[in-house]
Design a protein around this ligand. Sequence first.
Ligand code: CUA
Length: 333
Amino acid sequence: MFSGFPLFPERASTVAGEVDALYFFLVGLSAFFALLIAGMVLFFAIRYRRRSPSERPQAVHGSLALELTWTLIPLGIVVFIFIWSAQVFFGMSRVPKNPMEINVVGKRWMWKVQHLTGQREINELHIPVGVPVKLTLTSEDVIHSFYVPAFRVKKDALPGRYAATWFQATKPGRYHLFCAEYCGTKHSGMIGWVTAMEPAEFQAWLAGGAPGVVPAVAGERLFHELNCVTCHQADAGARGPDLAGLFGSTVRLQGGGTVVADELYIRESIVTPTAKVVEGYQPIMPTFTGMVSEDQILSLLAYIQSLKAPETKAAPPPAAGALDPKAQDVTKP
Ligand code: CUA
């Protein structure tokens, strides 16, 4: 209904309708009460005005019924709003099963996109319609925010963290992409386009153009170039823990305690290796802060995620802890 109205963005994702319904409800509700209160102020000012200098108003006494009314009605309304918006929020936060995964790195002042099939884009994002797309967002420097109004999607990209968001485009088109967090001089120029295409067209787009290197393969290459491989080996007596089957497992740490090996833990272990040392190993790994870009860390992550635990090998003591059931879900190339 607002497709021709320039102040309102198009609806091009599965959640757009729900977000708009809630938005219009809130605007309507606020308008209703604003008019009601303004009208009553005016009405009472006239109806109960002082008619003669000798007129004295009657003293006002409390009324339980009145107080309950103006407490319970607003309470009901805000609880209704809370339940409705929580439902919308959870729907937007829970990533559906088997999404198409794309990595996005914000950097002053551009968006760097990496498809798991190897394609890379800058300030452009090509996606198929009708497929849930999960974005893993991070930042190379300061906080940015990935904002596509037509999809009603906005998520901060934070340095040193991984944030996930998802959307499913409903119709083909070119949609504006903005940075919605002030990030410096050219913040306003940190814009781009999301192109939603029919799945067949998208496959053709993937096939054309320079095929990049699949992140897991790029990660493996880096693993050798950075000499990670010299310490992280499967042999007993290796200086670093074997990384096969690491992702999603529970790791025992030096000095007690455990940690689940998720994206953030692995990232931390690359940039600040001494933060959490695996039980039975020395804190001898050098830091890679400043030596690897966020892009490269994402590639290393993809590689480490692709390393499955060998079937028959006796598990080394650190990995003997209960395997996180989520580890079985990980289907990365
Ligand atoms: Cu990036 Cu504003």
